[in-house]
Design a protein around this ligand. Structure first.
Ligand code: SF4
Length: 361
């Protein structure tokens, strides 16, 4: 088996795992089941908002119920779900409940993969019965894998590609092959807000000024893939940092943007939404002002609406630009935002364009 570059920019020996296949297309919902974990890996990338906290997120949305989980799956038209953490096995009842809901409501074909550190045979059996499609252990030993394989689960291992770990990884691959592991997914090691001090202390450095990836991580992964292509039958996949941000996240944003875009919002190639925003109107007059603008300029009703939460009117970028030329007393902007639950706004440009310079925040 030779090492191949995939069309997504990752590298593979054998087949790409099914969970990764849907993930790179942006078709997997990310269900963060808990920030709790019994390990404390020095490279753990979890943010301080999530690490050690028993919180649940569906993509970027904090959730409290199955209904909210399903809403988020619907909004991004998810074809599958990756359940992650922390260690989801530490909230086993919650894990079973959400797995059951996903399979019952979205159908048995909704592909679910789970990340965890270790599970008893009994719990693995329960997950198998509930229809879990794939399990991935964050483990440097074959033991947890052996149990999952015995139970009949499609089992893999997912680890960061740590520079200097060639011998450890290749030995592990041999052991994993022996216990019947199906695949290994190596991730490019990345600096995060929470692990950067420890990574630096251990001598790891940034790959470049424009990347959070660790120098040498990709080279190590490719050496391991080369070795594996000649020495094992395992499927091996290497997921570079640029794939996660540049391809996977963008694809997921685009999927959600297509579903949540209002008729007046335009979709950018990066999966962001652009709209026109009108401010400078007291909250109690928003609806009246909307009616006045509609009547005066013949704006179709679906192209202008009141956003009560943000206390403003919203319309298309083109209409906002035109109105900004003639409507004195109101303020107009182009606003670019993420199509996520919070809808974080990343660019705000005052209108009309001829008298303003772009401003980023
Ligand atoms: S197993 Fe995962 S969540 Fe737990 S400490 Fe290690 S990297 Fe962090």
């Amino acid at each position: 088996m030779a090492v191949r570059k995939t069309k997504f920019g990752s590298f593979v020996v054998g087949e790409m795992p099914e969970g990764c296949r849907l993930c790179v297309r942006g078709a997997k919902l990310v269900l963060f089941l808990t920030g709790l974990c019994r390990l404390s890996c020095f490279y753990c990338p979890l943010s301080s908002l999530r690490r050690g906290k028993d919180v649940v997120y569906a993509n970027e949305r904090p959730i409290r119920s199955s209904r909210e989980l399903l809403e988020e799956a619907e909004l991004m038209d998810a074809l599958g779900t990756g359940i992650t953490g922390g260690d989801p096995s530490l909230r086993f009842r919650r894990l079973l409940r959400y797995l059951r809901v996903l399979k019952e409501e979205l159908g048995p074909g909704h592909h679910v993969h789970l990340y965890c550190t270790e599970l008893s045979r009994e719990r693995l059996r329960r997950l198998k019965e509930e229809g879990l499609d794939e399990i991935r252990f964050h483990a440097w030993s074959p033991e947890p894998v052996r149990r999952a394989v015995e139970v009949g689960l499609n089992t893999g291992v997912e680890l960061p590609s740590l520079p200097g770990s060639f011998r450890t990884l290749t030995r592990l691959l041999k052991d994993l092959e022996e216990v019947g592991c199906s695949f290994v997914n190596l991730n490019e090691l990345e600096f995060s807000e929470t692990n950067s001090q420890e990574l630096r202390r251990r001598g790891f450095r940034l790959k470049s000024d424009t990347s959070v990836a660790v120098k040498g991580s990709e080279e190590l992964a490719l050496r391991v893939l080369e070795w594996a292509s000649e020495n094992t039958e395992l499927d091996l996949h290497y997921c570079p940092s640029r794939l996660k941000d540049g391809v996977q996240l963008r694809n997921r944003l685009k999927r959600r943007a297509r579903r949540v875009a209002r008729p007046y919002e335009a979709l950018t190639p990066e999966g962001l939404l652009v709209k026109g925003v009108i401010t400078g109107i007291p909250r109690e007059r928003l609806e009246g002002e909307r009616r006045r603008l509609r009547r005066k300029y013949g704006i179709p009703p679906e192209l202008i609406s009141v956003n009560g939460r943000r206390g403003r009117l919203e319309t298309s970028p083109e209409i906002a630009e035109e109105l900004s030329e003639v409507e004195e007393g109101l303020r107009f902007f182009w606003v670019e935002s993420y199509p996520t639950f919070e809808g974080m706004e990343v660019t705000v440009i005052p209108l009309p364009l001829r008298s303003s310079a772009g401003r980023e925040r």
